[in-house]
Design a binder for this molecule. Structure first.
Ligand code: GDD
Ligand code: MG
Length: 399
């Protein structure tokens, strides 16, 4: 891959936010093909190097009732060396959709000759493991693991950690283009290649999101929820910088990756609020505004890369209500952050009321939060899940 080196960097405490990077060539060959005099603004990442990174990477696919055809395309786009971890919250009755997903995954693995992990979000072994390791906030009143994409991501992160992976990336299961998935994973590796810190995050911004508008294909640049979230996050950062900034372009990015070391340190927030919350939580923990709970991380710092993908992003179209909900929860996590300036709080509140997401004089609700995974005892968690089908695969991978 040939990628532009970030033109802008904004430092926020121990965090280095890199500006959007363009990809010039998706595959730029082997080390031997590296140009002798590389232009200073473009970096070649030889195939061998991102292959090495992908060997240490788990790709988590959260899934809830997606079409199997789409899932099969997504699986086929994941590079061979990455460990696939599917976390499903699909219904098991009256039709066992989870079983169908499991069969699709097993079938795929037989054909491509690889091992993969699949777990159901309501799996009793996981419930017990969370209880034993005192991470019970993730359970609802009936003692089940809560619904939600973030909850699935937490499970995926723990399984990747137990399997000894160094990097973790997320891709949605409802993507129409297998080639886009392959590109995202390559870009995750590119970000880690460029990073100088063990604590890094790579977020994908799509160059386009095609939609049919008046019977023609129109390539939108920004999703409806993303526009609003990016604007708010930039406003918050600008408040502290004292300079207006537009650097953040990936506030809602569902397609993103982290080093496991960073993924274990961040707090999580329920459902679709997790992506903007990760931004907020990064700044809360490492932005230098409040004392960091992990002072050792402040020296190497955190690097956040934003990479613009070339493939169009086409997924199942969400209803306006769903997009509004996503925007609403993003606003909630920003509003409730202790580092959100009062002026911005007022602005968020007014937007919520104006968009009829909140009644006047009512305090905005907030999503459930989950503390960082550092408190989870690795041995204890693994001992509980060892006997499950996915526990057995993890054991094989570890040995
Ligand atoms: N395990 C699990 N549990 N997976 C879930 C759940 C759940 O409760 N709910 C949804 N998913 C899966 C979906 O099946 C899909 O693979 C992925 O999570 C994303 O869900 P979508 O419903 O497709 O989300 P979206 O397309 O509206 O939004 C996506 O893009 C946004 C950025 O534009 C998501 O990735 C958002 O998180 C992201 O902010
Ligand atoms: Mg989707």
């Amino acid at each position: 891959m040939k990628i532009e080196i970030p033109r802008e960097i904004e430092r926020f405490g121990a965090i280095r936010f890199h500006g959007l990077q363009k990809v010039f060539e998706l595959d730029s060959g082997l080390k031997a093909d590296s140009p002798k005099n590389q232009i200073g603004t473009v970096k070649q990442i030889p195939y061998e190097d991102y292959y090495e990174i992908q060997k240490k990477m788990a790709i988590v696919v959260p899934i809830r009732s997606e079409r199997l055809r789409l899932l099969e395309g997504v699986l086929c786009g994941i590079p061979h060396k990455c460990l696939i971890i599917m976390v499903s919250n699909s219904p098991r009755t009256p039709i066992d959709r989870f079983k169908m997903e499991e069969e699709a995954l097993n079938n795929f693995c037989t054909f491509v000759n690889k091992k993969a992990i699949i777990a159901h979000q309501k799996d009793p072994y996981l419930v017990k493991a969370f209880e034993k390791t005192k991470y019970a906030n993730i359970l609802n009143k009936s003692g089940e693991i809560r619904d939600g994409k973030a909850e699935g991501m937490i499970i995926g992160t723990i399984l990747a950690w137990l399997a000894g992976k160094k990097y973790i990336g997320f891709v949605d299961a409802d993507n129409y283009f297998p080639g886009a998935i392959e590109e995202y994973v390559r870009e995750y590796a590119a970000g880690f290649y460029l990073s100088t810190s063990p604590y890094s995050m790579v977020r994908i911004a799509w160059q386009s999101k095609p939609k049919i508008v008046e019977e023609k294909l129109f390539f939108h640049k920004w999703g409806r929820a993303s526009k609003n979230t990016n604007w708010l996050l930039n406003q918050m950062l600008s408040h502290y910088y004292g300079f207006e900034s537009e650097l953040i372009k990936t506030g809602n990015a569902g397609e993103h990756a982290m080093t496991i070391d960073l993924a274990m340190l961040l707090d999580y927030s329920s459902g679709y609020s997790v992506e903007p919350y990760h931004f907020i939580n990064l700044v809360e923990k490492f932005g230098g505004i409040k004392e960091s709970p992990f002072p050792k991380v402040m020296k190497p710092g955190i690097e956040v890369f934003q990479i613009e993908s070339r493939n169009p992003h086409l997924h199942e179209v969400g209803e306006t209500e769903h997009i509004d909900d996503m925007s609403f929860v993003a606003m909630q996590v920003i509003y409730h952050s202790p580092i959100c300036p009062d002026k911005l709080k007022k602005e968020i509140y007014n937007t919520m009321v104006k968009r009829k997401l909140l009644s006047k004089n009512v305090k905005p609700p907030q999503p459930v939060k989950f503390s960082s995974l550092t408190t989870i005892d690795e041995k204890l968690f693994f001992n509980v899940i060892e006997a499950s089908s996915y526990g057995k695969v993890i054991k094989e991978i570890r040995s």
